[in-house]
Write a protein that binds this ligand. Structure first.
Ligand code: HEC
Ligand code: HEC
Ligand code: HEC
Ligand code: HEC
Length: 160
């Protein structure tokens, strides 16, 4: 009887431990960036609006027009805001390796989409209604952070 209790609490402990170890990595592995074009097949209305009207759809151009004035290191500093998922699993690496993620795409706002896509569109696997927060826009739409960067385009102040 006693032994059984010890055994089952040991087992419970192991299960908890395994859960604690496995969970973060499975969550991460399950959710990576897939790129805006992957969303197009099922969300053609959003995709076509985005492609036509959002500046984000061409945010790589904003880096490229400045590129001559930037060192390679400075150019990397643009990636955090002007591309999708830079430095994160499945995210932007370079214009050559990951052209599909070279702009600030759907997943910049909705978060990485692979789990949602693989599930055929389960809505609780993507950040959607009621789960988006303006704070997340401020990661990029943040004048303080932009100027702290000695943000070169701002030197021109729109005058040139
Ligand atoms: C990963 C960074 C990032 C995040 C997060 C982000 N944005 Fe942006 N957004 C940009 C960049 C970069 C541009 C400018 C693109 C360009 O012109 O090169 C932009 C442009 C815009 C514009 C300009 C108008 C236009 O034509 O597109 C609006 C409005 C905007 N974003 C709204 C939002 C809102 C609302 C959120 C949060 C729900 C958000 N953004 C989150 C990076 C971001
Ligand atoms: C902290 C996030 C952030 C970083 C880092 C950043 N940008 Fe931006 N950038 C933005 C946002 C947000 C906008 C859109 C501002 C708006 O329309 O309100 C923008 C707009 C621009 C625009 C103007 C586009 C237009 O149509 O008016 C250019 C050009 C630009 N960025 C180039 C760069 C370059 C080059 C770098 C790297 C040196 C860089 N940005 C780094 C967030 C960032
Ligand atoms: C295989 C088709 C498919 C693909 C690919 C797909 N979605 Fe979806 N998505 C759906 C379906 C279906 C729904 C509606 C689910 C529902 O209402 O139960 C949905 C719903 C959503 C919602 C609303 C969630 C909510 O809370 O209401 C968002 C946001 C979304 N998708 C974003 C994306 C993004 C971003 C991508 C690309 C990374 C993408 N989807 C790719 C099928 C897809
Ligand atoms: C600037 C941030 C931003 C970008 C970029 C963005 N979305 Fe959204 N999206 C939102 C917001 C905000 C909502 C509304 C959430 C709510 O109702 O609380 C939304 C809602 C949605 C919905 C649910 C619409 C509905 O009526 O139920 C879908 C689907 C969706 N987005 C897909 C996409 C796809 C696909 C892309 C890229 C082509 C994209 N979004 C790009 C911010 C963004």
């Amino acid at each position: 009887m006693k032994r059984k209790v010890i055994f089952s609490s040991l087992l419970a402990g192991l299960v908890l431990l395994a859960g604690a170890i496995l969970q973060p990595s499975t969550v991460q592995a399950a959710n990576t960036f897939v790129g805006t074009a992957t969303c197009a097949g099922c969300h053609d209305k959003e995709y076509s609006n985005f492609s036509k009207f959002a500046k984000k759809a061409h945010s790589d151009r904003s880096i490229k027009i400045m590129a001559k004035k930037l060192t390679p290191e400075e150019q990397k500093e643009c990636y955090a805001c002007h591309t999708t998922g830079y430095g994160q699993p499945g995210g932007f690496v370079s214009f050559e390796k990951t052209p599909d993620l070279a702009h600030a795409g759907c997943e910049v706002c909705h978060g990485p989409g692979s789990a949602h896509v693989d599930s055929g569109g389960k809505k609780d696997l993507i950040k959607g209604k009621g789960r988006m927060n303006v704070k997340e826009c401020e990661k990029c739409h943040n004048s303080e952070r932009v100027s702290n960067f000695r943000f070169k385009p701002m030197l021109f102040g729109g005058a040139h």
